[in-house]
Structure formats: C-alpha cells, structure tokens
Design a protein around this ligand. Structure first.
Ligand code: FUL
Length: 476
C-alpha cells in the first residue's frame, strides 16, 4: 500500500513537472498585439483614386480644379466587393494624394470633394468607402499624403497644424482605421496657394515631426498600424515591385534606416537582426504600371501576381496590392479578371497540405505541449526546443510518394524572430536531396522547391538566435 501511495505521488509530481514546462523566453524585440493581427491579414488592397484619375497624371501639381473630380458610376459597395472577392482583407484609400485634393468634405479646406460635381458636392468618398468596408467585413485604412502641393503654407509650422487637424478629423469620423499610410515623398515644386515655387524639405523625416503625429494616432486610434518613415509599426520594403528580400528581419533601428533623415533603402529591404523595433516589411505594388488609372496601361497577369505573392507574403511581410479605378470609379474589368484568376491560383496551389497525412518527428522538444503536434495545421501550439538548443529538424514521412512543390514555414513570432539558416531535404527513392535552402523565416516563409516525388521531407534548422519556436510547417 505504502509503495502504491509513493508511486502515485511520484507520478503526480512527474505530471506536474511536465505540465509546467515554461515557454521559451521572448526575444528582446517582439510584436505588439496590433502587429500580430496585422501580420495575419497577409494581403490587402491599396486604392489610388483621386483628381489624377481625371487628369491622366501620377502626381498632380496642386492647381487642379476640384470640378475635374467627376466619376460617372462610383459605387463604394462595388469597389469593396472586388477587394473582398480577391480575398484581400483590407483597403487603404488615398484620402489625399500629393496634389492636396481631399476625397472627404474636410472642415479645414475648400480644396475638396465639396467643390466637385460628384453628388453635387454632397459626396464623401472616404465616408462611403469606410462604410462599405465596415458592412463587408473588410478593414479600412487611410493614405494621407504629408506632401501637399496645393496648400499655401506647405513647408511651415502652419501647414503641420493643418495636417494634424486633418489626421484628427479622419480618425475621428471614419474609424476604425487598421493602418495609416504616410508616403515618403517630401517636397518639390508645386502650386502652394499660387506661389508656384520649389519647396523641398531637406528631410521630410525631420520636418513632419512624426512623434507628434504618432501621438495623435495612439490617442485617437490605438489599434492603428502606423506605416511611416519614423516610429513605424510597419515599414516600406524598399521597392515598389512587391519584392521583399529573401533574408528579411522584422526588426529595424529607425535611426539607422534614416541616417541624417534620408532613408537607406537597402536596410529597409533586409531589416536588421539587431534592430530595436518590430517594424516588419510591407510590399506595396500596383496591379498596373502606374498607381493611378491610365487608359493605355494593362494590368499584371495572374502569373505575375502569383510571383509577387511568393516574394511578399511568402517572405514574411504583407502585400499591399494597388487597384486603380477608372473615370467611372470602377475597377476596370480586365483588372478584376486578373485578380480573380490570381486568387484562384493561390487557393488551388495551397489547397492541399499533405503534412496532415504525414507521420511527423522532431529532433528534440522542450517538453509537453511543445512537440510535433503543434506544427501541423492551424492550432494554438508550436514546437519549441530547450533553452540551450538552437538547431533541430522536423521530418515528415508518407507511406506513398508525394508530389511536393512548396514548403511553408512559420515561426511563432509572438516570441520574436529567431531562425537565421535552414535547408529542406527530400527523400527521393533511397537518397536525401537538398531541395531548398534559406536564411530567415519570420511570420511566414513559402519555399518553392524544384518539384519532387518524395516519401519524406526534412526541414533542418541550422542556426537560430535562440531556442527554436516554430508555429507551423505545411507541404503542398
Ligand atoms: C509614393 C507616391 O509618390 C506615389 O504616387 C504612390 O502614392 C506611392 C504608393 O507612394 O510615395
């Protein structure tokens, strides 16, 4: 009897010990909740639609008459339906581009939709799109160009007051706003209330006083992601082609990305392993050559969009895909066709995760609750190694050979980004062949393989900044 009691006590202690395995300590830089939610969106739309649509320009000078803005068939619900049907999870609208024309009836200027023929000056594109997004369950975001070629005070403190008032107005009247997008253009020639002169800021980074702008956003809309050159929650990926670097860290040190207030595109592209702020890359790219609609331009093919998906979402960042409504206010039919074919291509390629049918082994585990099970499918768990183990491997095996084209990996980024080096091997016949190799993973990494028939796949993690914390492996 005594020995039975002893056995039960020891068994209970063992269970208690195994249940109390602690999670790996977080890395020094980790995302906050709004960033984790943003990562999960993966892809969302940009919409460039304003006075430039009617003047056939990319950048308006600032002297355009508001009368020019006259879409003949604008329907916010139809626009949002295209976005939703393409499986884009949000929509960021150019409320004001560099020409200064406001797509909402701002209380701070007459250079707006109030003076346009659209709905006899009673229209409000920002409000209509925000409302259509809310109804459709698509998140709404705003582009508010800091550079304003119309405003007489641009370049002075008075303009900054105007700009901050507009920001407050937008966040108060049209929220919730999932992302505020502040482009990097900062000054040049323009109308400037009739001055028609050159006003180039030595550094927009310094002129706009970003800390104050971010303070307003945090106060009025704490859930909003700030996309900007200073204090960013998300950063530019350094090009407008939709290509995030193969080695890409979510972290940066803003002072090093903007030495002397001017951006270093290379650092933006790669990020910094030792960066002090979580500011992952967003890849902004247009479906057409221009950001705005021009009659003789054509949309990208679904195949090209698929490549872009792989180099953006597939490299740990997000995809901000621009649509350019035409003068009707409609997304051109050929663009819609391309978008829908792209969606189908993505869905079909990643429909069948054969990891679910594999037997899965890991090289070592941290303890109960951190094993191989957490790697398969979407679930709350993840695979982690002990504190002193920074390498390891996952092996998935099948009874019958599988045709394998892509491996998708995800780190458990709530605890930071860790992996520095990995490769993938396939068991083809009797021999293991390396089929891909990479450096960083981050939120998500999709590795295209040379297509193989394999009975097993092995992912080897060769170097990491800390114990491994891998959220998911999927095989397609
Ligand atoms: C840039 C702008 O100059 C382009 O016109 C466009 O809006 C792009 C997304 O951002 O900074």
């Amino acid at each position: 009897m005594k020995s039975l009691v002893l056995f039960v006590v020891v068994a209970m202690q063992l269970v208690a010990m195994s249940c109390s395995v602690e999670a790996p300590a977080p890395m020094s830089v980790i995302p906050v909740e709004r960033q984790l939610q943003w990562h999960k969106m993966e892809q969302y739309a940009f919409v460039h639609f304003t006075i430039n649509t009617f003047t056939d320009k990319e950048w308006g000078y600032g002297d355009e008459s508001p009368e020019l803005f006259n879409p003949t068939d604008f329907d916010a619900d139809a626009l949002v339906k295209v976005v939703k049907d393409a499986n884009l999870k949000g929509l960021i609208l150019t409320a004001k581009h560099h020409d200064g024309f406001c797509l909402w009836p701002s209380a701070y200027t007459e250079h707006s939709i109030k003076k346009s023929p659209y709905k006899d000056g009673k229209g409000d594109i920002v409000g209509e799109v925000a409302e259509a997004c809310r109804k459709a369950g698509v998140k709404f975001g705003i582009y508010l160009s800091p550079w304003d070629r119309n405003h007489a005070d641009y370049g002075s403190e008075a303009y900054l007051e105007y700009y901050r008032n507009q920001l407050r107005e937008l966040l108060t009247n049209y929220g919730p706003v999932f992302e505020m997008w502040f482009d990097g253009a900062n000054g040049g020639d323009g109308y400037y209330g009739g001055a028609r002169e050159m006003r180039r800021m030595k550094s927009g980074y310094l002129y706009y006083d970003w800390p104050k702008i971010v303070e307003i956003i945090r106060e009025l809309s704490p859930e909003t992601i700030v996309w900007s050159s200073s204090l960013p929650d998300a950063r530019w990926c350094g090009n407008e082609r939709g290509v995030i670097a193969e080695s890409c860290w979510a972290m940066i040190t803003p002072e090093k990305v903007y030495p002397n207030g001017v951006e270093d595109a290379k650092v933006l592209t790669y990020g910094m392993e030792d960066g002090i702020r979580w500011a992952p890359a967003e890849a902004d790219v247009s479906i057409r050559p221009g950001w705005f609609y021009h009659e003789n331009e054509k949309p990208k093919t679904p195949e090209k969009l698929f490549d872009i998906y792989l180099t953006s979402v597939g490299r740990g960042g997000t995809l901000l895909l621009n649509l350019a409504p035409d003068r009707r206010g409609r997304v051109p039919e050929q663009d819609v066709e391309s978008l829908m074919a792209w969606r189908k291509m993505v869905e079909e390629t990643f429909a069948n995760d054969v990891a679910g049918q594999a037997s899965v082994k890991v090289s070592s585990k941290r303890g109960t609750g951190y094993g191989a099970k957490g790697l398969i499918g979407e679930n709350e768990q993840y695979w982690a190694t002990a504190d002193d183990i920074t390498t390891g491997c996952i092996e998935l095996a099948w009874d019958k050979p599988q045709t394998v084209k892509y491996v998708m990996l995800q780190e458990y980024i709530a605890l930071g980004q860790r992996v520095r080096d990995f490769n993938i091997e396939a068991l083809c016949g009797d021999s293991w062949q390396e089929v891909a190799s990479g450096t960083t993973i981050g939120y998500k990494r999709i590795m295209p393989l040379k297509e193989v028939e394999a009975t097993a796949i092995r992912v080897n993690f060769l170097d990491s900044r800390g114990p491994l914390a891998i959220d998911r492996v999927a095989i397609y």
